[in-house]
Design a protein around this ligand. Sequence first.
Ligand code: ATP
Length: 236
Amino acid sequence: MALLEIEDLSVNYGAIQAVRGLTLEVNEGEVVTLIGANGAGKTTTLRAVSRILRPVTGRILFGGRDITRLPPAEAVKIGIAQSPEGRQVLARQSIQDNLELGAFTRSSRAEMRADIEKMFGRFPRLGERRTQLAGTLSGGEQQMLAIARALMSRPKLLLLDEPSLGLAPIIVREIFAIVRELNEQGVTILLVEQNAKLAMQSSHRTYVLEAGQMTFNGNSADLVSDERVLHAYLGG
Ligand code: ATP
């Protein structure tokens, strides 16, 4: 069953058409990858789904419900969480405070505290540093914190924007292992990645974007050796 349906979506920044007539779906239980060159419209698509950006045309459905005009905080409440490009952790706040921030829509403090402990169990490196300022963490640790912060709202759909950006290869593999693990635990994931090969190896299906439009899509296993992917990824 489709958890997320994007129909004929267009998003502009002033006169710039960043996304043009995009249609895609993410089924419950899937990991779906969006790949494409810089500026192809991947981040814009995620920001439209998390309701930070307002589409010009098109519809976004979540669990069959039209959320095209839902405020961003409501999107978090119904189960959509984003781990943004560049992590965007609050550098001068502790790890624990950053995680609390991710739980801003939750009403029970006791449950929130229990979930923070769960995150420290899942990401022991964060647990060992819970009072450390987020700005002093390594890039990989900040990425783990950004993912953990998104998970604090107990999302059904996790939007992951460039989780491997700027990280050493060994940490990149660790991040993708986390992606697969989260998915096995039932989180549906829409992933934007420059690291096309690893992303396809860790996802069920892939959509390729070029200049704001979807050019083709298919099973990740089939596309991983497709020359068109390389072409799109390198920007033609
Ligand atoms: P990248 O991998 O570089 O993040 P992307 O595929 O995520 O690329 P987007 O960030 O969605 O691409 O950008 C799509 C287009 O929209 C680009 O042409 C970009 O220059 C433009 N754009 C993005 N953000 C803004 C903004 N805040 N104001 C104006 N134009 C923007």
